[in-house]
Design a protein around this ligand. Structure first.
Ligand SMILES: NCc1[nH]cc(CCC(=O)O)c1CC(=O)O
Length: 301
């Protein structure tokens, strides 16, 4: 029986995510063998620069896609939020599994709330999207660029004298961190990254066997939401150095997608929601991009 080779970055979160997908596949297809192949990406090797300076999030994904194309691996498990808007022609997303909590979280020293943070408190994040939205909530806060995997960033609260760091709830939960220490940022005032909380399974288009298997773990609702968000991202890209986010959710029989685009200095934060019939996710994502351009996103990009 075939051994399915799953490519993963070597970080604890990436490996945990690969194991989650293997668990889902094993349950349904126990007759196969599953093997994780660790891949070190440029994004993992260069840790002293912010992501937007070294070429964006695609860095985490490109080498894994190359391994897929060269048949060193059969399946790549990605955080959907790390995936660039466009992928190589020969590859396909065979599944997007059920989304974890999409929110961002402040992990604050001494378990305080956002309101209890002292004037001028120092917050660690290198994400433009997180910086501008946080400053909207508390203009007095100071920000410090930090990088590294989740564990490293949390340790920086102590080692870099920070008052808090901002991380995705999904990653923290998957790694088993205690929710008691989370201060959840309200999703209506703090728009997540496109795809945040969702895992994508990428394969070669011609791998029909694996494609059929992945259909069993695809979550249709998440797929529609995330693909709608990505359509928005794709149409606004060109501005990958601009704070941007989107979040889609199912509301009765509709899909609602909220987009966020901000100026670099955070002076302007534009949010807008488009709604439509649930299956029209691409159209809703496109309409959101067009509407936001008309509302002023054009000047920000
Ligand atoms: N850029 C790193 C990254 N990619 C995905 C997640 C979290 C998990 C997810 O969103 O699915 C994280 C860590 C973080 O931002 O806190």
């Amino acid at each position: 029986m075939r051994t399915i080779k799953i490519g993963s970055r070597a970080s604890e979160l990436a490996l945990t995510q690969a194991e989650i997908i293997i668990g889902m596949l094993k349950e349904r297809f126990p007759q196969y063998q599953y093997e994780i192949i660790k891949i070190k990406t440029i994004g993992d090797k260069i840790l002293d620069k912010t992501l937007s300076k070294i070429g964006g999030k695609g860095l985490f994904v490109k080498e894994i896609q190359t391994a897929l194309l060269e048949e060193e691996i059969d399946l790549a498990v990605h955080s959907m939020k790390d995936m660039p808007a466009e992928s190589p022609e020969e590859l396909i997303l065979g599944a997007i599994t059920k989304r974890e909590d999409p929110r961002d979280v402040l992990v604050i020293k001494d378990n305080r709330t956002l309101e209890e943070l002292p004037q001028g408190a120092l917050i660690g994040t290198s994400s433009l999207r997180r910086k501008v939205q946080l400053l909207r909530l508390r203009q007095d806060l100071q920000l410090k660029d930090i990088r590294g995997n989740v564990g490293t960033r949390l340790k920086k609260i102590e080692t870099e004298g920070l008052d808090a760091v901002i991380l995705a709830a999904a990653g923290l939960k998957r790694l088993g961190y205690d929710e008691e220490t989370f201060y959840y940022l309200d999703i209506d005032n703090f728009t997540p990254a496109v795809g945040q909380g969702a895992l994508g399974c990428e394969i070669r288009k011609n791998d029909k066997e694996l494609h059929r298997m992945l259909q069993e773990i695809n979550d249709e609702e998440t797929y529609h939401c995330v693909m709608g968000e990505r359509q928005f991202l794709k149409l606004l890209e060109g501005g990958c150095h601009v704070p941007i986010g989107a979040y889609g959710k199912k509301v009765e029989e509709e899909l609602w997608i909220t987009g966020m685009v901000a100026s670099l200095d955070g002076q302007q934060v534009l949010r807008h929601t488009e709604k439509g019939e649930f299956h029209n996710f691409l159209e809703i994502g496109s309409r959101l991009a067009e509407e936001m351009m008309a509302l002023g996103a054009k000047e920000l990009l």
